[in-house]
Design a protein around this ligand. Structure first.
Ligand SMILES: [Zn+2]
Length: 462
């Protein structure tokens, strides 16, 4: 199917050939191509000149004197400009007789193409099902971010969705994702700001190169003009066997029902793993193991939280303002703050509303850097942060261990028990977690379980 660059090339070529030509007569040889009554179509079009040549998505828009003629080539529609001596082919369905004795013929083997007439309009709002043009200012970071937020569809499928961005088809979507180094199966909401910037740049770069290439291909045609289909494009990944960058094998998969080519090495999946656990479950040991032995960066929500409450940090001023009762000698009394939020859910929420967006902002920076993003999030389910992650690893220890652990931190037996009771129940957490590790106290077993959990998550998403 012709995509944006092909349609643009057809349009540019026709503009050079038939601009200001007048339609003398029209023959409609296959009526369903036209979306309105044949006589009405003829009476509105005969006598009109081809004045301006525009495009919206994959639609060709010919602005005549009084009306806009819309043509969609669909699968195999083509236009030919021929003289009147050339015999009519059985696939020529609409013939426009022009005032210079040439004919504009619409040819379509599969007969899927459509033509209609609409009012001349500056913005063509009638195409409201279409997203912005890739080259327009409306296709920008904020627009994309809003579209992708909470979007669980694979990015390949989103790029093909004409309501997101107009004109991109299967071939260019693969090429754009290769340029972005983004796995086609990455879900929309995992696409970072950095990815979006690359996507916008990639769309424009790849499409404009194809338009340029199309122009030169078309110019090499001489007498008859078969404006359609694919040109000799420099495809890097689509239908290719080896990646030009890493020389690895290109993989073919199906995404949203479409054949999709990508390099598994250059286009790694973005995955966000949350590591959480009950009190004394060995969460920090597991995080340190992943960090030091496995070499992955592990984002530590608690540490960031603490940092945000240091004087001069972004959260400090806001918290001081919101909790004046916790300020002593113009300094934040963190113990007093902890006491207040432990006993009062409303105050706790107030503090979270200040700190969580700031932690999330720090987290986004780390996500940008790491395709495999792992974070230690102590209260993952309680704070409903599991929605920001693709999967979670929950570490669980028994109550005896939990109490022992809390006692080491200076809690009395009674306080320890009430602290445990205060948390979401282990059963509830187990229901929500994607993987569970029962830590019986053996470090060796803990490490083996962590290895297994991370490996299986990575394998499942490649
Ligand atoms: Zn590669």
């Amino acid at each position: 199917m012709p995509e944006l660059p092909e349609v643009q090339t057809v349009l540019d070529t026709l503009e050079r050939k038939i601009k200001n030509r007048k339609i003398i007569n029209i023959d409609v040889l296959y009526k369903p191509i036209i979306d309105l009554d044949e006589d009405v179509f003829k009476s509105k079009m005969i006598g009109q000149h081809f004045r301006h040549f525009k495009r919206r998505g994959k639609y060709l828009l010919f602005e005549m004197d009084d009306i806009t003629f819309v043509s969609h080539l669909r699968m195999e529609g083509k236009y030919f400009i021929l003289d009147d001596k050339t015999p009519i082919s059985k696939h020529d369905h609409v013939i426009f007789y022009l005032d210079d004795n040439t004919q504009l013929r619409y040819n379509d083997v599969r007969k899927f193409g459509r033509m209609e007439l609409i009012d001349i309009d500056k913005n063509y709002k009638v195409f409201k099902e279409l997203g912005p043009e890739p080259f327009s200012d409306d296709f920008n970071l904020i627009y994309c971010k809003n579209y992708l937020i909470n979007n669980n569809a694979p990015i390949k499928q989103i790029l093909l969705n004409q309501s997101f961005v107009a004109g991109i088809g299967n071939i260019y979507a693969d090429e754009i994702l290769y340029y972005m180094k983004t796995n086609p199966n990455t879900i929309g909401k995992n696409i970072t700001d950095g990815d979006i910037k690359k996507m916008i740049k990639g769309c424009r770069l790849i499409l404009s190169e194809a338009i340029k290439k199309g122009g030169t291909t078309i110019r090499s045609y001489t007498s008859s003009l078969g404006v359609t289909g694919r040109f000799q494009l420099d495809l890097k990944v689509h239908t290719k066997e080896k990646c030009p960058k890493c020389k690895g094998d290109i993989k073919k998969i199906v995404v949203g029902g479409r054949g999709t080519y990508y390099c598994p090495n250059c286009q790694k999946q973005r995955t966000r793993i949350a590591l959480t656990g009950t009190i004394g479950s060995g969460k920090s040991e597991a995080a340190n193991y992943i960090r030091n032995e496995k070499g992955f960066e592990v984002f530590d929500c608690d540490a960031v939280n603490k940092k945000l409450l240091e004087p001069n940090a972004s959260g400090y001023k806001q918290v001081v303002k919101a909790f004046p009762e916790c300020v002593n000698d113009s300094k934040l009394d963190k113990q007093a703050l902890a006491k207040i939020i432990f006993n009062n859910p409303k105050e706790k929420k107030k503090l979270e509303n200040i700190l969580h967006p700031l932690i999330f902002k720090e987290m986004e920076k780390a996500i940008e850097k790491n395709k495999l993003f792992i974070a230690e999030v102590p209260l993952l389910f309680e704070s409903k942060w599991d929605k920001y992650f693709d999967c979670s690893i929950l570490l669980v220890s028994n109550e005896k261990n939990m109490i022992k652990h809390l006692k080491l931190r200076g809690f009395s037996s009674k306080d320890a028990k009430s602290r445990i009771k205060n948390q979401m129940s282990v059963k509830e957490k187990e229901k929500r977690a994607s993987r569970i590790i029962y830590n019986n106290g053996s470090l060796r077993n803990l490490y083996l379980s962590v290895d297994e959990a991370i490996e299986s998550i990575i394998n499942a998403r490649n």
